[in-house]
Structure formats: structure tokens, C-alpha cells
Design a protein around this ligand. Structure first.
Ligand SMILES: O=C(O)/C=C\C(=O)CC(=O)CC(=O)O
Length: 219
């Protein structure tokens, strides 16, 4: 165990998994060095379903993070662990009301949007209907996010400091574009996404910068 603690954390990640991406942003913002173990969600029906990985993550999803001798799953739980154990560059406000606002936005995205457009759901919905399905649920959720941001946002989702809410928002905007969601009704979401697209921690976490990104996509 002592040896483990000295090792860099290992993130099980897939290049365009939005939930892996959230954790990559948080690790980068906190300047925590980490190694990536790529898990292909599509190769051979998905490496996340193999026996070995099921031992790591019983939900058979990414991300998982091995850190401090522990294996943690679920992106928000992982990010809160990082926040509590690595308080440098805080990603939660001090103020209790603002903290609640951050959690609200995180939950709308992580419970109310992303799971509905997740790979396993879209496989179930079927090739023919999946685009319309994803557009419907992302649009519905973004209406709520835009409304919440209209009272919470400063430069970023909650005030003028980057928080966990921003770590959740940016990957979800990428997914919205992937499914050709009309983003014009969401000017605050678009403004915050634009604000963060060139931030080094966000750039380094982007799918196109990942070791498992297919070369034709990475450019
Ligand atoms: O088509 C693929 O390459 C496979 C999986 C993903 O992108 C990730 C997701 O389905 C869910 C998500 O990130 O929200």
C-alpha cells in the first residue's frame, strides 16, 4: 500500500467519454499528474464489459481512478474526492449557497442529461432513432441549465471562478454538438464554453488530445 501511494494516479478513460473528460479537467486544473489506461468503449463490443475491468468498475463504465491505494468510480464522486484530498486550486466555492448551485448544475447534467444519451441507452434506442433521442434529452436539459445559469453565472457557471459545474458543462456541450443540437437558444452555455475552450487544463483534457483518440480525428 505504501508503494501505491507514491505512484501517479491511474485514470481509466475513453477519449470521447464525457464523464472521463470531466475528471481529466479536474485533475489538470489541480495539476495532479496522472497516467491514462485507455478503455475502448467500442472495440469488440466494449472493453468495459470484460471480466478484468468489471473488477475495477462494477457499472462497466469509465471513468475509474486508482489513487492513494484506492479505486474510485463515478465521475462526481471522484471529483469530490480530489477536492477534499487536494484542496489546491479549489473547484468548489466557500459559500454554501454557491456550493449548492454548483451541485445543482452538476446533477442536472450528470443525472438529468448525460445518462439519457449514454452509449448503452443509444444502443437500446437503435441507430434510426438515436440522433433524435439524444437531441431531445440534451435540449430539454440545456433549457434547465440555461435558466439556472441566468442567475448563477459570472464569467463561469457559478460566479467568476472555475468549479466542478464547468468541468461537467464543457464535455456536455461537445456531446450536444456531436448530435447536432441547435445551441442558439443557449447563449450563456455557449459563452461559458467559449470562455473555457482555450484554457490549458480544458485543452489538455479534450478528446482530440487523448492518447486513444483515433489519428484521423486528432488531426
Ligand atoms: O461512440 C463512441 O465512441 C462511444 C462512446 C462515447 O462516445 C461516450 C458516450 O457514449 C457517452 C458520453 O460520453 O456521454
Amino acid at each position: 500500500m505504501g508503494e501505491n501511494i507514491e505512484e501517479a494516479p491511474v485514470l481509466y478513460s475513453y477519449w470521447r467519454s464525457s464523464c472521463s473528460w470531466r475528471v481529466r479537467i479536474a485533475l489538470n486544473l489541480k495539476e495532479i499528474p496522472y497516467d491514462i489506461k485507455a478503455v475502448s468503449l467500442i472495440k469488440g463490443g466494449g472493453e468495459q464489459h470484460c471480466n478484468e475491468y468489471r473488477e475495477v468498475n462494477p457499472m462497466e463504465q469509465v471513468p475509474s481512478l486508482c489513487i492513494d491505494g484506492h479505486t474510485l468510480v463515478e465521475s462526481l464522486s471522484i471529483m469530490h474526492y480530489l477536492e477534499e484530498t487536494r484542496p489546491q486550486r479549489p473547484l468548489m466555492p466557500q459559500d454554501c449557497f454557491k456550493r449548492a448551485k454548483v451541485r445543482e448544475i452538476c446533477e442536472v447534467i450528470s443525472s438529468g442529461i448525460q445518462p439519457l444519451q449514454n452509449l448503452i441507452v443509444l444502443i437500446h434506442v437503435g441507430e434510426e432513432k438515436k440522433k433524435e433521442w439524444a437531441q431531445h434529452w440534451i435540449t430539454r436539459g440545456f433549457r434547465a441549465v440555461e435558466k439556472l445559469l441566468s442567475s448563477s453565472a459570472g464569467k463561469y457557471c457559478v460566479g467568476d471562478d472555475i468549479t466542478l459545474a464547468d468541468c461537467c458543462l464543457v464535455p456536455q456541450v461537445f456531446n450536444a454538438r456531436r448530435f447536432h443540437v441547435d445551441l442558439r437558444p443557449f447563449p450563456i452555455i455557449l459563452r461559458i464554453d467559449r470562455e473555457l475552450e482555450n484554457h490549458p487544463a480544458f485543452r489538455a483534457a479534450h478528446p482530440s488530445a487523448q492518447p486513444d483518440c483515433p489519428p484521423e480525428v486528432a488531426k
